[in-house]
Write a protein that binds this ligand. Structure first.
Ligand code: ZN
Length: 171
């Protein structure tokens, strides 16, 4: 039980206290919660992999979004992380496909374009007849540096480049 609490406490958003509470809650509902959770964890650990096209996480070579022909709208939305992709999907506002960079350019952390799937992006724009590239990067310095870099990297391609509106409406 201590080992389980130690592992749970390493998860984002959980410290030792909440890990202990979560483990106690699971022990109380061993059949209904703990056993299915253990099964789900084992299954995801075994089967989850990166989509070879967009970088989303799925269980097949291509994720469900890339495998769905109705998502081939000619639009591609560029996000930093899989969490951003999932957030966009929950909003149901976008019907095209995604490209997950896996981070932002950072000279300080030694993250260059090759680590960010940017070369693969240019290839996809050409291969999938993409007409619009939508940048959905964070409004941080790194996010904006990355946006500028991408704009230059795909400048020679015919796709139109747009970005999400930013800022918080007042009132
Ligand atoms: Zn995919």
């Amino acid at each position: 039980i201590e080992a389980l609490i130690d592992l749970m406490a390493r998860l984002p958003g959980l410290g030792p206290r909440s890990a202990r509470r979560a483990v106690l809650a699971m022990l109380k509902r061993r059949e209904a919660l703990m056993a299915p959770l253990a099964q789900a964890l084992a299954s995801v650990a075994l089967n989850a992999r990166d989509c070879r096209s967009c970088g989303n996480i799925g269980t097949q070579d291509l994720c469900p979004i890339c495998a769905d022909p109705s998502r081939a709208t000619g639009e591609i939305c560029i996000v930093e992380t899989v969490a951003d992709l999932w957030a966009m999907e929950r909003s149901r506002a976008f019907k095209g496909r995604y490209h997950v960079l896996g981070g932002t350019l950072s000279a300080l952390d030694g993250v260059g374009p090759d680590q960010l799937r940017i070369p693969a992006l240019a290839q996809r724009i050409a291969d999938e007849a993409i007409t619009e590239v939508i940048l959905a990067l964070n409004a941080t310095v790194e996010g904006q540096t990355t946006a500028h870099y991408i704009a230059e990297a795909i400048e020679h391609l015919p796709a139109r480049l747009t970005s999400l509106a930013q800022g918080v409406p007042i009132g």
